[in-house]
Ligand binder design. Structure first.
Ligand code: FES
Length: 166
């Protein structure tokens, strides 16, 4: 049977060194938990489970408290994002221009709901509340690119182009 100390060491060793660097850099700031979580997600695209114990230890919190904050905010991910993240706008102007129909189509086409990733790891789907492109509603962001006047057909074409490129 593996010594529990050895297990702890192997988890620590497996942790991305950047996580410990972020914790060390930010832990003494007031309200450090959210800045630490944001910095880790900005760096890795998600917050790995192995980062919870060192965050809790550094901030004198329980692991449950750290985990509770991660799961409370939908923005935070605890699994790696897909290769491309699609942000679909759900705000007022886009809703008025049929974003719900588009949303239903996108979910059905990808076979996932918001905050999920396709089984092949190609796409993650997230809601967003205004992309600043209201005049061209409904809008979405795919990776770094923003699209306006999106229809189910143009969505399918864009996805097909990305699938051909990968
Ligand atoms: S409401 Fe969708 S881009 Fe502004």
């Amino acid at each position: 049977m593996q010594d529990p100390k050895e297990k702890c060491m192997s988890v620590k060793d497996a942790m991305n060194p950047k996580i410990q660097e972020i914790i060390t850099e930010l832990k003494d700031k007031p309200g450090a938990l959210l800045p630490i979580l944001h910095a880790i997600q900005d760096h890795l695209g998600y917050i790995p489970a192995e980062s919870v114990p060192p965050i809790a230890a550094a901030l004198n919190l329980s692991r449950a408290e750290v985990h509770g904050v991660i799961s409370f905010y939908h923005y935070f991910r605890d699994t790696p994002p897909g290769k491309t993240t699609i942000h679909l706008c759900r705000a007022e102007s886009c809703q008025a221009m049929g974003s719900k129909k588009l949303e239903d189509h996108v979910k059905s086409r990808l076979g996932i709901d918001f905050h999920e990733t396709t089984a092949d790891g190609a796409f993650s789907l997230e809601p967003v509340y205004c992309l600043g492109l209201c005049a061209c509603s409904p809008s979405m962001q795919m990776g770094d690119e923003v699209f306006g006047r999106v229809t189910p057909e143009t969505f399918d074409n864009t996805i097909a182009e990305l699938e051909v490129q990968s």
